[in-house]
Design a protein around this ligand. Structure first.
Ligand SMILES: Cc1cc2nc3c(=O)[nH]c(=O)nc-3n(C[C@H](O)[C@H](O)[C@H](O)COP(=O)(O)OP(=O)(O)OC[C@H]3O[C@@H](n4cnc5c(N)ncnc54)[C@H](O)[C@@H]3O)c2cc1C
Length: 487
């Protein structure tokens, strides 16, 4: 394989080759740290890199700080049913994830599909202290500041439809091309230039942002990239399988199965604190002074975690700036156990979009497939405020907020579980949220190899996003290393 030739065609060919192999080439466990490649991080990207490297016959070691694999794919099994805390769902357009899961004997399901309450469609909206139960009610809601036909659009649809209509990207992978640099401005700047008022921008882009903290902090180009990717996923959706789905047993079954299928050493609880590129190889040290040496390394750590690692390698100033400065989105979640079917009393939908500290409200299924939890999902500045509070205080505040929004929940919800990705040192947030100018300024250097050190991870993906982007990045990095080791 020649350098820099990785693309989707290569991915398909490589995957087919891997499937056709009679057996994965078994490598003897390396003695004396005699590894070809150290993979830092056992999330989907690191595991996929290891899979490809091992299949090609390299001696690999995976170094993972946590005591479990999966990273931001985490399925909580101490609650009723399996509750996804990170990567929530995939579609049939997730070619690499779906084929890997199928190859490893995993299957898929659509949570709540068989339950009449959970499968009920529709979202209520609660803004400026008043609830609208459906689209009609929202059209005449006093806080609906849209004009004419736009009044029938919910705030998140108003943003989504605007981005879809204005999107200059034909395909998602063009997002880093210099010709789109003029779109690498803040979302607020773009919306304002198109005639949106400050109040509209606050409602559609500062309230419950999926990316970043708000309209001023996120690049409009990031929204265009994401929209182009989703458009392609919709086009790719195979007939017959529902729009989005999860893995039976929890999405974390995939990284677990990938790890189980590997023959290489996986060192859990090994926190990389220093990565040193030397003439003889890469040396990775942990805080206890233990070291692992390999000819090359792939670093798949999220940028927020990587910022805590000393890198003695010839990485560029721009790349160091990227590691330090690219923000991550936030999600703060609390699971409230449902003790009585409150929806029978108010008839409102399962899902709420609110401008309160609680953000959005969702219901999730327990082990019996019936509603078990009402879950708050706060993002952006709302999540930042909750993160400052002790857990008990945050949960009490959220419970009071839900009871105000939806009085039928009074006395029938019990706070059970809080999870905040930005409070997790090994994640530092949910996913990269490129700020204005960063895609153009920092994007091209984000995954640039530095001699023996290579980079993977969701933030380095070029074609896909989320879990599929992580898979793609691991594969790309694996072939970059193979090119280097093969000379
Ligand atoms: C709330 C939430 C919802 C999401 N929803 C979706 C969705 O619906 N669909 C979708 O496609 N994607 C979704 N994603 C994104 C998806 O989960 C991630 O993009 C993907 O899992 C990232 O994989 P990764 O391998 O790049 O990084 P990670 O999974 O973060 O893996 C990196 C690994 O490095 C380890 N590590 C960190 N620091 C060190 C260190 N110093 N030494 C050693 N190891 C270290 C970490 O513990 C981790 O295991 C969501 C993410 C979140 C958080």
């Amino acid at each position: 394989m020649t350098k820099n030739t990785w693309n989707r065609r290569h991915f398909l060919a490589a995957s087919a080759g891997m499937l056709a192999m009679p057996a994965i080439i078994r490598t003897a466990r390396a003695a004396n740290n005699d590894y070809d490649v150290a993979v830092l991080g056992a999330g989907l990207s690191g595991l996929n890199a290891a899979r490809h490297l091992e299949a090609a016959g390299y001696r690999v070691v995976i170094l993972e700080a946590r005591h479990q694999v999966g990273g931001r794919v985490r399925s909580e099994d101490t609650l009723n049913g399996i509750q996804e805390l990170g990567g929530q769902s995939l579609t049939s357009g997730y070619a690499s994830m779906v084929s890997t899961a199928e190859e490893l004997g995993l299957s898929f399901f659509s949570p709540g599909a068989g339950d009449p309450v959970l499968s009920r469609r529709g979202t209520a909206i609660h803004v400026s202290g008043k609830t609208a139960a459906d689209r009609d009610a929202w059209s005449s809601h006093p806080a609906n500041m849209f004009v004419g036909d736009n009044k029938t659009q919910f705030p998140w649809e108003r943003l989504r439809n605007f981005i879809a209509a204005e999107n200059p990207l034909q395909v998602a992978q063009d997002w880093q091309k210099p010709r789109y640099a003029n779109q690498d401005v803040s979302l607020a700047q773009l919306l304002s230039a198109q005639g949106f008022s400050d109040a509209e921008i606050k409602l559609i882009a500062d309230t419950n942002p999926t990316y970043g903290d708000g309209a001023h902090e996120i690049s409009a180009l990031m929204h265009f990239y994401n929209a182009a990717w989703i458009k392609r996923l919709i086009e790719l959706m195979a007939n017959g399988r529902s729009g989005s789905f999860q893995i039976v047993g929890g999405n974390q079954m995939l990284p677990k199965a990938m790890a189980n299928a590997l023959n290489c050493d996986i060192r859990l609880g090994f926190e990389a604190k220093r990565i040193s590129n030397t003439a003889g190889g890469i040396i990775v040290s942990n805080p206890n002074g233990e070291t692992v040496t390999a000819k090359s390394a792939i670093c798949s750590l999220p940028l927020k975690a990587l910022a805590n690692v000393t890198i003695d390698a010839p990485i560029s100033k721009t790349q160091r700036t990227a590691i330090k400065n690219i923000p991550y989105s936030r999600v703060h979640q609390v699971f409230f156990e449902i003790q009585k079917p409150f929806w029978e009393h108010d008839g409102l939908p399962n899902t709420f979009w609110t401008d309160t500290i609680a953000g959005r409200l969702f219901m999730s299924a327990g082990a019996d497939g019936k509603p078990a939890y009402l879950k708050t999902w706060a993002t952006g500045r709302q999540a930042a405020v909750l993160d400052q509070m002790p857990d008990k205080e945050a949960m009490d505040l959220l419970l009071g907020t839900i009871e105000t929004i939806r009085p039928a929940t009074k006395g029938v919800l019990k706070p059970r579980y809080l999870w905040s990705w930005q409070q997790e040192a090994y994640s530092g947030g949910t996913y990269a949220a490129w700020g204005p100018g960063q895609i153009t300024g920092l994007g091209p250097s984000i995954a640039a190899p530095a001699d023996r050190l290579f980079f993977a991870g969701e933030h380095t993906a070029k074609l896909d996003r989320g879990m599929e982007g992580a898979m793609e990045s691991g594969e790309r990095a694996a072939y970059e290393v193979i090119d280097r080791l093969d000379g």
